[in-house]
Design a protein around this ligand. Structure first.
Ligand SMILES: [Zn+2]
Length: 57
């Protein structure tokens, strides 16, 4: 844990702290088209699960 570097970091709201987000993607399995969830690295926190939180002014 390195929360003492002077930076306030909050759990990323984009992925809920997982660092990954599930994105629906169309796939064809056994000749049947269906939607499957694929995990992608969160673009908000770059996979860290946390990101700097700007204090309210
Ligand atoms: Zn995230």
């Amino acid at each position: 844990m390195s929360d003492e570097d002077g930076q306030v970091r909050a759990v990323c709201t984009g992925c809920g702290g997982d660092g990954q987000v599930a994105e629906p993607e169309l796939a064809v399995l056994n000749g049947v088209g269906q939607t499957v969830l694929t995990l992608r690295r969160c673009r908000w926190c770059d996979g860290e699960g946390r990101r700097p939180m700007h204090p309210p002014l």
